[in-house]
Write a protein that binds this ligand. Sequence first.
Ligand code: COA
Length: 397
Amino acid sequence: MNTNQTSSPAVGIDDIAFATGANRIDLAELAGRFGVEPAKYYVGLGQSEMSVPAADEDIVTMAAAAAAPIIERHGSDRLRTVLFATESGIDQSKSAGVYVHRLLGLPQAVRVVELKQACYSATAALQFAAALVARNPEETVLVIASDVARYELHSNAEPTQGAGAVAMLVAADPAILELETATGVYTQDVMDFWRPNHSATAIVDGKLSISAYQDAIEGAWADYRSRGGADFSEVDHFCYHQPFTKMAIKAHRHLAKSLGSERTQEELDAQIEPTTGYNRRIGNSYTASVYLALLALLDGDDDLTGRRIAFLSYGSGAVAECFSGIVRPGYRSALRSDANRARLDARTVVDDARYLQLLEDAASADVHDSDRPRETGAPFRFAGVVGDRRQYEPTSA
Ligand code: COA
């Protein structure tokens, strides 16, 4: 028996940063083409804009851009693992994380792997990362969630596209959020959203996906509670997966009702509102969206020190997980709030015609060898495809 056991160290999110596409389209542009009121998207879906990648951006360039400031700040001496979560992978075999590993100049003594389960897999990555760090608190793990959300053009799902990446450094004695150990999980085989190998866009049964999401969240919460998780009333903020921000409001009302919470609708909505600011302007970023909700909350005016945040992560198909964390004292000094807000404003505004052209162009880039035009102002670019080999380089090259 080991008689030298010490209490396990706090493990959690030590740094967090994001990146998104170079362009943005106001959803009023889509409302015009669809012949509906902009309010359907602004109010009905809770979305005002969506990010559109430049011709030389994709999940790899966004992931590297999100992770670069983290590596710059912390170095890579303690980094042992990169977990890349995505559901819009650019290869059936090679992990997108391996390209990021080279672009960031990471050491060879690092394991890299890609994880997939619709919008959920970054949460699996975070839990796997926490377990690795708990086993060896000297090591750190880089978790990256990066996705370009694509649905069939002119379908009802098109206004819920978007693009973004979040990178998180998981470490012992974290600067931002200590993860609590209780987690609740839920899996059920349901065909609400999937993307067969032959298709560049996802197939979705939108209404089924909303009810499957709510069922899964309820199941994950029940499991979280049965494993010692906090009571609903003990949670200060809730970060939900946000395919569109209204979904988080719907899910939160649904969960509260199922638990018999006495909180009013206004109180419930106020718990979600501070988590929606970034997703409302980026659109669906699939795996990244629940962590963009966290980043928006952290970057807000409220002092969150010591507060408990619950996470409700959902991935169609379907898997959900509920877990929680406590915000660490001094967390603000680890944030990049001004730069985060400025990044959203700095995107180039495109109209519907330019947006449609960018989508068409991106679809052909995956099929044919081609050079990509120089467009992005991000630190890394997708230069094109040569002999079926994707080429990535620093934008300054
Ligand atoms: N002003 C304000 N609200 C309006 C409006 C207007 N002029 N017109 C419509 N709305 C509201 C509707 O009442 C509805 O709100 P409610 O659900 O709270 O009642 C909302 O806007 C959306 O309208 P709806 O007709 O349901 O939209 P849709 O059928 O065109 O598509 C989705 C909505 C979400 C199903 C579709 O975008 C989709 O499939 N998205 C991808 C899948 C997805 O994101 N799933 C989420 C779980 S993962």
